[in-house]
Design a protein around this ligand. Structure first.
Ligand code: SF4
Ligand code: SF4
Length: 147
C-alpha cells in the first residue's frame, strides 16, 4: 500500500514499490537518442527501442530487458545525477532535483488521461526501431520539449 504523497521525500528513502510507482510511464527514456561527439549535446528522436510497445509506451519484456537490450539503463538513486539525457519531465529527475511532480502525473490525477491529453508521453507518437533503416536515424531527430 502506497502512502499518501510518498514522492515528497528523498529518492534514497523510497522503497521498491514506491520507486516503481513514481514512474509516469511516459516512455521518453526508451527513445533512441544521438549524442554530438564534439560537445556532448543530446538529441532525441521519435524512434523507440525495439522492446517498447508504441501503443502503450511500456516495455514489452521488462523483466528480461537487460539481456535483450544491453544498453538499457537501470535507473537508481546512485546514477540519476549522472544521466543527463533523461527527459526533463522524468519524475525521478524532478524528485531528485527537489521539484514538484507535474499536474498531469497519474499519481496526482489518478489516471493517465491528462498526460496523454497534454502529449507528455510517447504513446502512438513514435515508430519502433524495428520499422526503420537505423542508418538514417538522424532524420528522425525530434524536439520533444515543444511537443
Ligand atoms: S529495453 Fe525496455 S525499458 Fe529498456 S529502453 Fe527498451 S523499452 Fe525501455
Ligand atoms: S522518463 Fe522517467 S518517468 Fe518517464 S518512463 Fe522513463 S523513467 Fe519513467
Amino acid at each position: 500500500m502506497l502512502k499518501k504523497n510518498f514522492w515528497k521525500k528523498k529518492l534514497n528513502q523510497f522503497n521498491k514499490e514506491e520507486w516503481e510507482a513514481l514512474c509516469d510511464r511516459c516512455g521518453k527514456c526508451c527513445l533512441i537518442k544521438l549524442e554530438d561527439e564534439d560537445n556532448g549535446d543530446i538529441f532525441y528522436t521519435n524512434i523507440s527501442c525495439k522492446l517498447l510497445c508504441v501503443k502503450t509506451g511500456n516495455c514489452t519484456n521488462y523483466i528480461n530487458r537487460k539481456k535483450i537490450v544491453k544498453d538499457c539503463t537501470t535507473l537508481s538513486y546512485n546514477n540519476i545525477d549522472t544521466l543527463k539525457w533523461m527527459p526533463k519531465t522524468c519524475s525521478y529527475r524532478l524528485v531528485n532535483e527537489g521539484k514538484k511532480l507535474p499536474s498531469w502525473h497519474y499519481l496526482l490525477t489518478g489516471n493517465f488521461e491528462e498526460m496523454e491529453k497534454q502529449r507528455m508521453c510517447v504513446r502512438n507518437r513514435v515508430t519502433s526501431e524495428k520499422e526503420i533503416d537505423i542508418k538514417k536515424i538522424q532524420k528522425y531527430i525530434t524536439n520533444w520539449e515543444n511537443n
